[in-house]
Design a protein around this ligand. Structure first.
Ligand SMILES: Cc1cc2nc3c(=O)[nH]c(=O)nc-3n(C[C@H](O)[C@H](O)[C@H](O)COP(=O)(O)OP(=O)(O)OC[C@H]3O[C@@H](n4cnc5c(N)ncnc54)[C@H](O)[C@@H]3O)c2cc1C
Length: 427
């Protein structure tokens, strides 16, 4: 379910393993959130990826070498469409009809599409994404101006000449505040806590390549923190001296905002940092520090709900993921793309797809993976890949980029190691 990057990567791996599949997407074209301007897409006109090209492209299918380091949403989409064509996924795409519901039945999974069509599948892969169901804060009071979610934000023209409040300081909130600073009358950014900022380039290299190199060279965590703190200091000085809140966590603990301009816009006064919103009253926004500002537009850059997006009749799909890959309670249910690391995701999706294909290849008719495969999966758990702060923040999709990548590679290796893993009994 889903023809975004995760669904396409899974389809490619199922195809490689000769496992028959359909890819169903509720929208009319593949590409997921990268289909700018189309229903369900939450990227804005100026979106460029925050993951650089060499770290986001699927292995074995390079992005063109003459593309910029951080692809635009248009490049991302054209790449995904080319990927689907190249790996002969396109003929298996069924677009314009979503999955309405799934139910367990004796022979597998009964899938009902949005037009009422019923299908029986031995297994289902939920690659439904998690950047489409906007999450907005419920501030007390009423607001007479316009309220947008970052997922509805398209172009800076929407903010021209207005007094804008961006709520949220992550990557999207910072991008939108920077755009607003250039065109709006005033721009405020409400931040309930401080962030660490890194520029998108350092020493002429995309910053994620520098982080990945430190991982490859096995720099200890303290050294990485030190290097990143130095890079941040060299680029921005001390952001708190310009009024941005001081982060309570150390560098690289939790999310880092990759944005080369936000701190400069704050320093020059074009973006005014504010604390949390305490209440709304007409066009006035009251903040936790007692200050009040007149505002025309509030942009909630406050993230998205993590839901799997199908009616499962109360099975609780998505709440019992093991390794963010398989369902603890339901054989034949797989998850692709339901992860949120601090960095590029698409190569992870490819590995998830490879593992899903290997598990499916081992399944008996009742959809149960072979015993050895189950043993491999059971050998690993949250402590192998979740970041230390994951539990504290209660963010169910958060995984540590490098540890999760290493775990997936290990699983691919272990599940490929021995043909004996494939089946309990000869088919
Ligand atoms: C502004 C912005 C910038 C981003 N930048 C980056 C970046 O730099 N690097 C990065 O790795 N990630 C980035 N992301 C995250 C982005 O979500 C991922 O790159 C990627 O698109 C996730 O792929 P996916 O297939 O899991 O989900 P999606 O791209 O969301 O695709 C899911 C698909 O499932 C379909 N679907 C949902 N429900 C159903 C249903 N019930 N039935 C049928 N189909 C359904 C949807 O229509 C959609 O096509 C960014 C996201 C945003 C919004």
């Amino acid at each position: 379910m889903g023809a975004g990057p995760a669904g396409l990567a899974t389809a490619k791996n199922l195809g490689d393993a000769d496992i028959p599949y359909d890819v169903v997407d509720r929208h009319d074209s593949p590409g997921g959130v990268w289909r700018y301007g189309e229903p369900g897409s939450t990227v804005y006109a100026s979106t460029t990826m925050i993951s650089s090209r060499r770290l986001i492209e699927f292995r074995g299918f390079a992005m063109p070498a003459d593309w910029r380091d951080y692809p635009t949403h248009r490049e991302a989409l054209s790449y995904l469409v080319a990927y689907a064509d190249h790996f002969r996924i396109t003929p298996n795409l069924e677009l314009g009809r979503g999955v309405a519901s799934v139910r367990r039945c004796d022979d597998g999974w009964l899938v009902v599409l949005s037009d009422g069509t019923q299908r029986l599948y031995r297994g289902i892969v939920l690659a439904t994404g998690h950047h489409w169901d906007p999450r907005s804060p419920d501030h007390p009071g009423t607001f007479d101006g316009t309220v947008l979610h970052s997922g509805d934000y398209r172009t800076p023209a929407m903010l021209a000449g207005l007094r804008v409040l961006v709520v949220g300081g992550g990557n999207s909130g910072s991008d939108i505040a920077v755009e607003s600073a250039r065109i709006a009358d005033r721009t405020f950014q409400s931040l309930r806590h401080g962030y660490h900022y890194l520029p998108k380039y350092f020493w002429g290299k995309p910053i994620d390549e520098i982080l990945a190199a430190m991982e490859r060279w096995r720099f200890p965590a303290g050294v990485r923190r030190l290097v990143c703190s130095f890079i941040s200091r060299a680029a921005f000085g001390d952001p708190s001296s310009f009024g941005l809140p001081r982060p309570s966590r150390r560098m690289l603990e939790g999310r880092v905002v990759l944005n080369s301009e936000l701190v400069h816009q704050v320093a020059s006064g074009a973006v005014t940092p504010k604390p949390g919103v305490s209440r709304l009253d007409g066009r006035q926004v009251h903040f936790d520090d007692g200050t009040v500002e007149d505002v025309d537009v509030i942009v909630h850059a406050t993230g998205f709900h993590a839901s799997v997006g199908v009616d499962d009749g109360g099975l609780g799909l998505g709440t019992t993921m093991h390794l963010h890959l398989v369902d603890e309670r339901h054989d034949g249910v797989f998850y692709a793309g339901h992860i949120q690391p601090s960095g590029g995701t698409w190569q992870l999706f490819d590995d998830q797809g490879a593992i899903i294909a290997k598990i499916i290849a081992s399944c008996s008719r009742d959809g149960r993976p072979s015993k050895p495969v189950r043993a491999v999966l059971a050998a690993y758990g949250p402590s192998d890949y979740l970041p230390p702060e994951a539990g504290r923040r209660g963010d169910p999709l958060r995984v540590d980029l490098y540890r999760y990548a290493a775990l997936l590679r290990r699983l691919v290796r272990e599940l490929s190691a021995d043909d004996g893993l494939r089946r309990d009994v000869a088919p």
